[in-house]
Design a protein. Structure first.
Length: 151
């Protein structure tokens, strides 16, 4: 990864952390259900696009949509399929991981501390079919314009 890419990722997480702090310090009348737990885990399926350029670098994955992804305010917003970098926890690497491999991973997102990390990565069979597209989350799935939509 280039230092510019790392700086952009750090800036994005810093912005998320500031937004979270502002939301937590909002009006006293805010609903307690509106605050997100500080840590969430998601199981994602993805294809390996690029291995880290150096030890401890980010793994680049093209992942399927995460329908249940929750934003910093605790609202389920979903996350569309995309290609993005992921830091990997120590010991999470499967043996022989290569570009083009299909994987299932557990993504930990900590809004309060402002970081994300892949806690576990498991290689999937080579013929596994992945589906890339838009996220379907409860608010959109129940809408007449989004009902019955396929990824």
């Amino acid at each position: 990864m280039t230092s510019a890419w790392t700086a952009r990722r750090a800036a994005a997480w810093a912005a998320l952390a500031v937004t979270g702090a502002l939301l937590r310090s909002g009006p006293a009348s805010a609903s307690p259900q509106a605050s997100a737990p500080p840590v969430r885990r998601y199981t994602i399926r993805a294809e390996v696009v690029r291995l880290p350029e150096r030890p401890g670098g980010d793994l680049i994955l093209r992942h399927e949509a995460v329908d249940e992804f929750t934003d910093i305010a605790g609202e389920v917003v979903g996350m569309d399929s995309m290609t993005m970098p992921f830091p990997v926890a120590r010991g999470a690497w499967p043996d022989g991981l290569q570009v083009g491999d299909k994987v299932e991973a557990v993504l930990l997102v900590n809004w309060e501390e402002g970081f994300q990390v892949l806690e576990r990565i498991t290689k999937l069979p080579h013929d596994t079919r992945l589906h890339f597209g838009k996220a379907r989350h409860p608010a959109k799935a129940s809408s007449p314009t989004h009902a019955g939509r396929e990824n």
